[in-house]
Design a protein around this ligand. Structure first.
Ligand code: PLP
Length: 396
């Protein structure tokens, strides 16, 4: 037999391992130091009470033969009506009308960012921003696809725009972006939609951070742009919205209007899911269905406000120090330019040794990330304030 040799072309996922190793070594050498991690991409706030109550109720239903649930409903690829309706409600509040058959419940955004590629030929050219969330690149390397990059840099505010001279078939857009925190305006997304249509391409729109958007000029869904249903698949997650990183639930929208090569991508995806996926647990789906209720939204917003407050504390600190950054507003990520011309790893070592603060070196997300650094707002307020005081002390 032959293995899929494309796997041999994957680069070692060096970044987070190296951050962890350097941090552990520093702590072992300086056990008395209070090291603060502003590198975490995971949430720290617990699930909202409405979610917990809904999950408890669902557990009780599983204990009763009259209400016990086995496999989910086939006709909606295992999504329960209650959850699908709450997702449609959330879209309707953004001004987007969808049908239940266009929403596919998933176990999170990361899986579908890779799984969706089953629909496309290995010959397609993939356009990624650089810097980029590494999973997009790796999933396409595994399939042997050609990847080209759009430069995200200081000049374009880390928001690359389409270049009509470049051909692409599959376009990944993540807005608000991980790692840069930058987010596209509605007007900018209109240009991406026009480009995708001209190229007969499909946009894979990762909206994992949409609930951080508060600026009305920014989109929370690509379907807020006219015509996007004919060229875009939207991949969403409860992870950062509602603290589901450990629970695992998301949803992917494949509109009925999306047709390529004479085939409905909605039908192909339904076929793919019914073959390779058996749904998300009833208990999880009931917890997720509570998120987009009126009370659920109020409660998750209270959690998101804690992260927003942390992002504000970091942004204010950088503003006072005159350090340039993107993100921090409409995003839990703050992407800063390393001071004094330091490269990403030099700044990492300096911050760890002098301020005992850990961040993520930007160079790990792509060539254009060199000289930049990612901090996150997912820590506690106390630690965020402490870390910022130390950073201020270093660069004042
Ligand atoms: N997409 C982006 C851009 C992310 O940053 C992350 C997680 O950090 C994910 C997707 C993964 O989301 P999920 O937990 O739903 O798999």
């Amino acid at each position: 037999m032959k293995i899929n040799e494309n796997f041999l072309n994957l680069k070692e996922s060096y970044l987070f391992a190296a951050v962890g190793k350097k941090t552990a070594e520093y702590k072992a050498a300086h056990p008395e130091k209070d090291v603060i991690r502003l590198s975490i991409g995971d949430v720290t706030r617990p699930l909202a009470p409405v979610v917990i109550e809904a999950m408890h109720r669902a557990v009780d239903e599983m204990a009763d033969p009259a209400t016990f649930k086995g496999y989910g409903p086939d006709q909606t690829c295992y999504g329960y009506e209650k959850l699908l309706q709450s997702i449609l409600g959330s879209y309707a509040r953004k001004g987007v009308r969808l049908k239940t058959g266009e929403v596919f419940v998933s176990d999170g955004a990361k899986s579908d960012c890779g799984n969706i590629l089953d629909l496309f030929s290995a010959d397609n050219v993939v356009l990624l921003p650089d810097p980029v969330y590494p999973a997009y690149a790796d999933a396409n390397v595994m399939a042997g696809r050609k990847i080209i990059y759009a430069d995200a840099n200081e000049k374009n505010g880390f928001l690359p725009m389409p270049d009509e001279r470049v051909h692409a078939d599959i376009i990944y857009i993540c807005s608000p972006n991980n790692p840069t925190g930058a987010a596209y305006t509605r007007e900018q997304l209109k240009e991406w939609v026009a480009y995708a249509k001209a190229q007969n391409a499909v946009i894979l729109y990762d909206a994992a951070y949409e609930y951080f958007v508060t600026d009305p000029a920014l989109c929370r869904s690509i379907y807020e742009v006219d015509g996007a249903k004919e060229c875009a698949i939207e991949i969403c997650s409860y992870s950062k919205t509602a603290g589901f990183t450990g629970v695992r639930c998301g949803y992917t929208v494949v509109p009925e209007a999306l047709v390529r090569g004479g085939a409905s991508l909605n039908r192909l995806w339904a076929r793919r899911q019914s073959t390779k996926f058996n749904g998300v647990s009833y208990i999880t789906q009931m917890g997720a269905a509570a998120v987009f209720t009126e009370e659920g939204e109020r409660q998750i917003r209270a959690n998101l406000d804690c992260y927003r407050k942390n992002a504000g504390i970091i942004s204010d600190c950088l503003d006072r120090l005159g350090i340039a950054y993107t993100g921090g507003k409409n995003s839990p990520y703050i992407w800063l330019k390393c001071p004094n011309g330091m490269d990403s790893w030099t700044f990492f070592d300096y911050l760890l040794a002098e301020a005992n603060v850990v961040g993520t070196p930007g160079c790990g997300f792509g060539r254009n990330g060199e000289g930049f650094f990612r901090l996150t707002a997912f820590g506690t307020e106390e630690n965020t304030r402490k870390a910022c005081e130390r950073i201020s002390g270093l660069f004042r």
